[in-house]
Design a protein around this ligand. Sequence first.
Ligand code: ASP
Ligand code: MG
Length: 411
Amino acid sequence: MARLVLKFGGTSVGDIERIKNVAKKVKQEVDAGHEVAVVVSAMSGVTNQLVDYCRQISRVHDQAEYDAVVASGEQVTSGLLAIALQEIGIPARSWQGWQIPLIADETHGKSRIERIETTPLSENMSQGVVGVVAGFQGVTEKGRIATLGRGGSDTSAVALAAALGADRCDIYTDVDGVYTTDPRIVKAARKLHRVTYEEMLEMASLGAKVLQTRSVEMAMKHRVRVQVLSTFEEAPGSDLPGTLVVDEDEIVEQELVSGIAYSRDEAKITLVGVADQPGVAARIFGPLTDAAINVDMIVQNVSEDGTTTDMTFTVGKADLDRAVQVLEKSKTELNFRRLISDANVVKVSVIGVGMRSHAGVAQRMFKALADRGINIQVISTSEIKVSVLIAEEYTELALRSLHTAYGLDKA
Ligand code: ASP
Ligand code: MG
């Protein structure tokens, strides 16, 4: 007997028929003798609608009240799934965040989990009752409802799995696993059977939208075995039909590169002719930090004549206008000649823990892009990834070429 946490996303509980289908999946695990807690999202589209209601009344609304509104989607699905389970003879009850309680901090709208009191839920589960937990929500010490940021029920599920000491956390979604790259763009993309926490973390933060980034951080920290799998496809005869996110030493044959991610969410800014002297970078990024604008990739070259150089960096596309405004405002102080901005870019990244111990990974990327005549605008690297910024129109070509270059194409 194992203890499992199963999480079902918005499309999996998108209508009543689908909720009944989820109940059947849960029943299978219960019939197999497992002790089960289920975490549910709101029905697809519902959270967006609730967010929109808040905005229609006020663009800058009270975040605690926003939480009271948007948390309601999960309350509905948790109750409905409990009823659906009872209908097919499985004892079940719903748990709201405040009932568990799952204590979250006071940063409403993107609250973080502080702790989970598992005793009442756990006792109920050991009496054979399936716990159906409303994802995405918790309660603050002050007794107010808090939500965990968009996509937050992934984090609810992983945190619950850690707190309950579950053997595995199965994240049911509308794709059947994590792929080497976006299968909608690259037909030859393959499903990964296993991927490490580190790689998954990079993939999630670099644009693969399968799991909320925070949930992967949480899984890595608490070593929760996570499986990503499809609600809609049966994989007969397979114990682990999806992708398992695990510790590095569980992966026998480590590929050099495990996946290729891309993000269209970035924009590039170049400051032409900034002084090449101490303190300049601090002066440029200070005002951006003050405006809560995150900077990602940065390049600065040494100047030829020791006087001026150019500084290029990327910010979120959504922040581009504000970033330009902030910088133009401090133009005299920053003393640059010209500001060039470009939203027509994409960041493509190759990811793999295998590159820690191998040379030539970046070179293979540069060569593959060069062979296609794709110009690299900015490069950044970390221990397990190489990212390049290129013109957006080359996204597909770059993904396909890199996928082939690293030998990832499906046989
Ligand atoms: N319903 C929330 C959202 O749409 C949480 C989730 O689905 O994970 O962001
Ligand atoms: Mg999701």
